[in-house]
Every structure is written in structure tokens, then in C-alpha cells.
Design a protein. Structure first.
Length: 552
């Protein structure tokens, strides 16, 4: 089989590229190892804890023992299904702060400043925002990706927003618009009560075109002939074959699998590849390096009134939620329940937020396990721009073997300082008067955990990944020895090969990574097609007028 473009990975960016390239009349083959996204476990937003823990939908990766987290191995879910991780994530939609993308450009990603990427965020969005959050030129209204704002009417959620305001934080009407800093309602990739993954938004419409084909198979390596990518070797139905690319091969297999495929194909740190018996085609030491993630903890509290989601936690309650959603796409099952949160600065002197908070009106782990036996609520919080860096490396030359993933979390002292601030600032919000009628005892870490040493021990024992790995095929200037792709996402040192997913982020942006990953697919599509980039939009983001001297 052959096509103009062969895309490896039907995830957030891969689906967007399949849509745009086929829309332009090019023939496209998308290779995806996972299968169908049919069924309520993926499509019902309220069931989000299930698909990320199911082998059917998740690659099941885990980190190596993390030396600064007591040797714990942390889960690293990656979607193995059409839609990729957009089909198993929490559906919270965050673009990132304007300063994040301006920093990308400063690191050598020319043409990826905020003014450059804003038009692509707008092109991909169909935002269904509330009346009190006008777009004012900041939001897109006719893109394939439907984005909605939940009502956030749970009394606990309302108390969180009111308490944050009482603590002195501003209320932002749209953190994806002019002002990220502050507290407010969260956007979600949910439409008419259904998860609106990149598969629903992009891939399924693309597959209705005759020039777009989906193949189920395990990508083993990129076939490179005389320095040019000519196809992808895959295994399917027990046999190995090559899918040929007439124009280009594009890796969009995640920040874990894209560097793995590059290394299996002979592109990466030369000595490491040779140690696995792999011939070196391009010695790029940055492949697999620069691994970043968001780490978070849950502050959990008992609720003194029976208003949390715990009332649905029994088998009968879950059945009622499921029936209501199946019958009409409504009720608690139609929401991811992360309906409010915000972005704040840990201290004065930081120009834009470096801490995120998600609020959830139940005390439960992200994967749906170990709920508090009673009504409660929790705040997820952690730093946005940790300095620690890790790596993805090969375990062996076997394409079926999972790679080694070492995040090296909390290896920098400043990350501990920021984590302590995140916890203390979140606690301060909960102590405000608006929570008085609802706040019970602090369940985790508990009020006795107060000193720096005690908070550090809590983080070491309980911090979890927010499932935002990125950065392992960093974009930069071609002369940058540690860059893997150039600003058009072309792999440096190999012709007709690109990487376009969260791997290419030079630095992790604020918030959840689905939105910037899709944006990468949108923007790289124009580079592939040889089109001029969309015109820059020089809208000025809000910055706290006293950021240099005030924390809020």
C-alpha cells in the first residue's frame, strides 16, 4: 500500500493532519495500533477514569523507579485507540499561556510565538462559550473541535470559585482568551454530552473521503533509503509489510512512541543505538531527551453536606448516571466534572502563572480508585514549569518492547519550592468563608502536615503524573545540536520525515496538553502543504499590572 503521506498515530495531532491533508486532496494513510473508540467507556465524559486504565485503550506504560519520589514507578497512560490520548484524557481544554509560545520561539522554534499559533488555535475551535465570556477575537467559532463550558453549578464548585475570589484572586471569564491568570469555569472537549476527541472531530470526517485510509498495525520502524524516509514498516495480522510514502512520513505517535520509533529507525544518540545493534543514520543526541511532565497532588477534604458526587458512587448510582446519559446524553455522565479551576502565580516576580488548580466535587483518585467513604472534594495542584528533565530510551531493539521512561521528577530544588507554594496556596483558598458551611476535615495530607519537611514527604509519597509528557523530540534551530526537528517539524538529518505531536514542544506549556497538541497538527499541516502560515494575530494577553511586586 502507498499514499502521498503516511502518518503514524491516530492521536491528537495525527487526526488533525489526516483531516487537513486529505481536505487538500492529498492521499493519506494513518497507521494506528489501537482500535475502535465505540462504546460508553470512551464516549461518556463521566466515565473518564475507565479507558485510561483499560489495556484495550492504553499502552500501559510506567516510569522507571523515580529516585526523588521514593523509588515509586508512576503510571504513564498513552492512548492506544483512534483519537489517541484525546480518547482517554480528562477532556480539560487549555491552550497554554501566550508566554509559553513566545518562550518556544526564544528557544529556536521560529514562527511558533503566540502571535503565530493563535490563528491555528482559532482555526481548530468551535467554541460554545457562555454569554459572560465573549471571544473578542480570541476564540474560534467554526472549527472541527467543539469546546464547551460546563455550568459549574455544584455547591462545592461554586464555593471554590467564591473562596478563591475572597482569597484575592481575580475571576477570569475565559482563561483560554485574553486572561489566563485567575479562577473560573473550565472548558472541555465535550459536545452534546459526548467526548469530542480528535477522532470525532477530525479522523472520522477524514475517513469519509476516498483519499484517507486507516490501517491497524504496530509501526516497527521508518524505512529510510539513501537518507530519505520512504515508508513505514508495520506488523499486522502476523506479518511484516511496508507502507510506502510517496511524499513524506510523519510521526505523531506520542512523546513516548515517536522518539522510540526514531531510535528504532537509526535516528538518535549514536552510542545508545549502537549498543542495541541499530545502525546509526542520524546521530541526534536530543532524541528521547528533554522529557517533561506536570506532576500534581490532590488535597482532599470531607464535605459537611451531602452535595458531592459521592451520592452517585454506588452501583445503583452509577447505573442511574449511565442510563440517563444513554437515554439523552445528559446528567452527571455528560460532564468530566472538572468544571472549575485556575492558574495562579506562586510568588511575586513571576510574570505569568506557574501553578494550576483543578477542582473536583468528590474525593477520589484520578483513575477512579480509592474514594473517600463519604462526601468530599479535592483540589489537584502542582507547578506548571518544573525544571526537572528526564528521558525516553530504548529497552531493546525489539519494536514490541516498551521503552524506558524516566521522568527524573523533582530532581531540581526549585521544583520542591514551587510544590510547597502550590499546596499552601490551595489550602489558603479552602479556608475562606465561602467554604465554611461545606468544609470538613482535611483528609489528605491532613492538617498536621505543615512544615517544609512534612510537605516534601507528602509530595514524595503521593505526587502523581497529570499525564502530560512532552518534549522528547524538541523543536529548534537546525544548527542546535540537541534539537530534533526544525521549525517546520522536519527531522534534522533525514529527508521527508517529520514529527508532529507533543514530542516537539521545546518546553511544557501551562495546563493540559491536548489543545496545543492538536494545534501542532493544524500548523504542521500547512508546513507540509507548503502553504504560507496563517497571518499573525498580535493580541495582547493580560498580565497582572503588579506582577513584579505582588503574588495576586
Amino acid at each position: 500500500m502507498q499514499a502521498d503521506y503516511v502518518i503514524v498515530g491516530a492521536g491528537s495531532a495525527g487526526c488533525a493532519m489526516a483531516y487537513r491533508l486529505s481536505e487538500a486532496g492529498r492521499s493519506v494513510i494513518v497507521i494506528e495500533h489501537g482500535g475502535s473508540d465505540a462504546g460508553p467507556f470512551i464516549q461518556m465524559p463521566g466515565a473518564l477514569s475507565y479507558p485510561m486504565s483499560m489495556k484495550r485503550y492504553d499502552w500501559g506504560y510506567r516510569s522507571e523507579p523515580e529516585p526523588h519520589l521514593g523509588g515509586r514507578q508512576l503510571a504513564c497512560p498513552r492512548g492506544k485507540v483512534i483519537g489517541g490520548s484525546s480518547s482517554i484524557n480528562g477532556m480539560v481544554y487549555v491552550r497554554g499561556h501566550a508566554g509559553d509560545f513566545d518562550h518556544w520561539e526564544e528557544m529556536g522554534a521560529t514562527g511558533w510565538g503566540f502571535a503565530d499559533v493563535l490563528p491555528y488555535f482559532k482555526r481548530m475551535e468551535h467554541w460554545h462559550g457562555p454569554a459572560n465570556a465573549p471571544s473578542d477575537g480570541w476564540r474560534g467559532t467554526d472549527g472541527p473541535l467543539h469546546v464547551t463550558r460546563a455550568a459549574a453549578q455544584n455547591p462545592l464548585t461554586q464555593a471554590f470559585i467564591a473562596s478563591a475570589e475572597q482569597a484575592g484572586y481575580g475571576i477570569t471569564p475565559d482563561y483560554n482568551g485574553e486572561r489566563q491568570e485567575g479562577i473560573g469555569g473550565f472548558d472541555a472537549t465535550i459536545f452534546k454530552g459526548q467526548r469530542w476527541s480528535s477522532a470525532n472531530a477530525y479522523l472520522k470526517p477524514a475517513l469519509r473521503r476516498e483519499n484517507c485510509t486507516l490501517i491497524n498495525g504496530l509501526a516497527r520502524r521508518v524505512v529510510i533509503t539513501e537518507g530519505r524516509a520512504t515508508g513505514v514498516e508495520i506488523e499486522r495480522n502476523g506479518s511484516v509489510e511496508v507502507i510506502e510514502a510517496r511524499a513524506e512520513v510523519i510521526l505523531a505517535a506520542s512523546s513516548i512512541n515517536s522518539p522510540k520509533l526514531l531510535m528504532l529507525s537509526g535516528i538518535g544518540p549514536g552510542l545508545d543505538l549502537q549498543s542495541h545493534g541499530i545502525d546509526v543514520i542520524a546521530d541526534r543526541p536530543g532524541v528521547g531527551q528533554n522529557l517533561q511532565d506536570h506532576l500534581e497532588v490532590y488535597l482532599q477534604y470531607a464535605a459537611t453536606q451531602p452535595v458531592s458526587l459521592y451520592k452517585y458512587w454506588s452501583l445503583i448510582g452509577k447505573a442511574q448516571v449511565g442510563v440517563q446519559w444513554l437515554m439523552g446524553g445528559s446528567g452527571p455522565g455528560a460532564s468530566n466534572q472538572f468544571e472549575a479551576g485556575g492558574f495562579i502565580r506562586s510568588r511575586a516576580g513571576i510574570a505569568y502563572p506557574d501553578i494550576q488548580m483543578h477542582f473536583l466535587p468528590i474525593a477520589v483518585r484520578y483513575d477512579g480508585t480509592v474514594p473517600h467513604r463519604g462526601h468530599g472534594f479535592q483540589i489537584h495542584t502542582g507547578p506548571m514549569r518544573a525544571r526537572s528533565r528526564g528521558a525516553v530510551t530504548l529497552r531493546s531493539s525489539d519494536p514490541a518492547a516498551a521503552p524506558r521512561i524516566k521522568f527524573n521528577y523533582m530532581s531540581e530544588e526549585v521544583d520542591w519550592t514551587e510544590f510547597r507554594a502550590a499546596i499552601r496556596l490551595a489550602r489558603e483558598i479552602v479556608t475562606q468563608p465561602a467554604f465554611n458551611a461545606l468544609r470538613g476535615a482535611e483528609l489528605q495530607p491532613g492538617s498536621a502536615c505543615d512544615s517544609d519537611e512534612e510537605i516534601d514527604a507528602f509530595v514524595r509519597a503521593h505526587a502523581e503524573s497529570a499525564y502530560h509528557p512532552c518534549g522528547t523530540a524538541r523543536m529548534g534551530a537546525p544548527e542546535d545540536h540537541h534539537a530534533v526537528v526544525d521549525p517546520e517539524a522536519r527531522v534534522i538529518g533525514v529527508e521527508a520525515l517529520r514529527v508532529a505531536d507533543s514530542s516537539i514542544f521545546p518546553r511544557i506549556p501551562n495546563g493540559n496538553l491536548n489543545a496545543p497538541s492538536i494545534m501542532v497538527g493544524e500548523k504542521v499541516s500547512d508546513h507540509i502543504l507548503g502553504r504560507d502560515p496563517l497571518p499573525r494575530e498580535n493580541l495582547e494577553p493580560w498580565v497582572h499590572p503588579n506582577w513584579a511586586t505582588a503574588q495576586r
